[in-house]
Ligand binder design. Structure first.
Ligand code: SF4
Length: 145
């Protein structure tokens, strides 16, 4: 089984697994990818530029014949917000620079967890008592059993 994630999404998904609140509008997609992560120990993750498996179930994504910066046939409010686009692109670059991954990379979720622990450690994201740290610990423990 494989899920698709945009580069800035894995850290957020890990934080939600560790107890962070979901945003609401994309809950169905987040729930879907978390279910795949928690039930398939061999899950592959493909890092994509366009709308991913979270976006595809997002309440804010709508069909648009002109498409948008993040998909040929759809758009959403954040695809029309220049500041949000800049922020996402910057977040994506930080993820790539830290992990060495790129668009099109396919990696086992268990390997991605190890990569995040090493390259984007909790110390860089608020410390060891954050949802991100708890999510990494929970996933690490799951893959160790
Ligand atoms: S608002 Fe757009 S970018 Fe954000 S999750 Fe929804 S579809 Fe994806």
């Amino acid at each position: 089984m494989k899920i698709t994630l945009r580069p800035y999404h894995p850290t957020g998904v890990v934080a939600i697994i560790g107890g962070a609140k979901k945003t609401g509008f994309n809950n169905r997609g987040v729930d879907y990818v978390i279910e795949q992560i928690m039930t398939d120990p061999d899950l592959d993750v493909e890092i994509v530029h366009e709308y991913d498996d979270i976006c595809k179930k997002c309440d804010r994504r709508v069909e648009d014949e002109n498409g948008s910066v993040w998909g040929k046939h759809h758009t959403c409010p954040s695809a029309q917000d220049e500041k949000m686009i800049e922020k996402v692109n910057a977040d994506n670059e930080r993820f790539f620079s830290a992990t060495g991954l790129q668009f099109g990379s396919v990696i086992k979720m268990r390997d991605l967890v190890e990569l995040l622990k090493e390259k984007i450690p909790p110390a860089e994201r608020g410390g060891s008592n954050t949802p991100y740290a708890k999510g990494l610990a929970k996933l690490s423990g799951m893959y160790a059993t």
